[in-house]
Ligand binder design. Structure first.
Ligand SMILES: Nc1ncnc2c1ncn2[C@@H]1O[C@H](COP(=O)(O)OP(=O)(O)OP(=O)(O)O)[C@@H](O)[C@H]1O
Ligand SMILES: [Mg+2]
Length: 239
């Protein structure tokens, strides 16, 4: 049996040569796996391969023992892999409630939708508190939380978050990191990409350092965080 999610020897790019150059990555069920690495290392590209938006030119991607090769993004969503993208993605003029409700667009059982809506409101009280307000009226951090809520409407087996702390002030950032950690503590399997390496690895059960399309180092989050070479190369003083 392989890992929950397993990429082996993956090569992928955008037509101008491979960005991912033989990438191996495992995500265990129940883990909070955090990928860090410099801008352009290929972190978002890995996520695009996993969610089916980009086809690898070589290598294999397996989820729960099944190949994801050739599957459409819609089919991969159906397998329970849900991604919150790097950029803001709420519909700004729609209400918070409408945005969250849209997360369950593939669920046709109305009582199940209502049940998940209730669960999501319990996890993220802001969804109920601000339900009638347009998404654009929320702060950046609040919008990120609502994006998490929307993703949870599909009760994902694997929740993927691409740089959720991007562009947030330090206080809001720690709220977002605590929220991510709490989702994992509640049993959710998460794959997180973070530019903010210290905070990301600090909450991760498993850390992965990427460099130019390859995994440079991986291990328990704290071990990667404590690795002196990695500290010097990637974490810097500002991370
Ligand atoms: N749609 C695209 N078309 C062409 N090149 C792309 C495209 N998306 C990304 N790239 C290139 O692929 C490389 C890796 O990009 P990727 O977005 O995966 O990096 P990243 O590690 O997520 O960086 P960041 O931390 O800035 O988000 C970069 O050189 C980028 O310019
Ligand atoms: Mg990126």
């Amino acid at each position: 049996m392989g890992a929950f999610l397993e990429l082996v020897g993956v090569r992928a790019g955008y037509g101008g040569g491979d960005i991912l150059q033989g990438l191996d990555l495992s995500v265990e069920e129940g883990s909070l796996t955090c990928i860090v690495g410099p801008n352009g290392a290929g972190k978002s590209t890995v996520l695009r391969v996993v969610s089916g938006l980009l086809r690898p030119t070589a290598g294999t991607v397996q989820f729960r023992g099944e190949s994801l090769a050739g599957r459409s993004p819609r089919a991969i969503l159906g397998r329970g892999i849900v991604q919150v993208p790097q950029e803001r993605s709420l519909f700004p003029t729609m209400t918070v409630w409408e945005n969250v409700r849209l997360g369950a667009f593939t669920v046709h059982d109305r009582s199940l939708v209502a049940k998940r809506m209730a669960a999501v409101c319990e996890t993220f009280p802001i969804v109920a508190e601000r339900r009638h307000e347009p998404a654009a009226s929320l702060s950046g951090g609040q919008q990120k939380i609502v994006e998490f809520a929307r993703a949870l409407m599909l009760d994902p087996s694997l929740l993927i978050l691409d740089e959720p702390s991007m562009g947030l002030d330090p206080k809001t950032r720690s709220l977002v990191f605590n929220t991510v950690r709490d989702m994992n503590k509640a049993g959710r399997t998460l794959l997180l990409v973070e530019q903010n390496a210290r905070s990301g690895l600090g909450i991760a059960t498993h850390g992965v350092v990427m460099e130019t399309g390859r995994v440079r180092l991986q291990g328990p989050g704290q071990e990667v965080l404590d690795n002196p070479e990695i500290g010097r190369l990637y974490l810097g003083a500002t991370a």
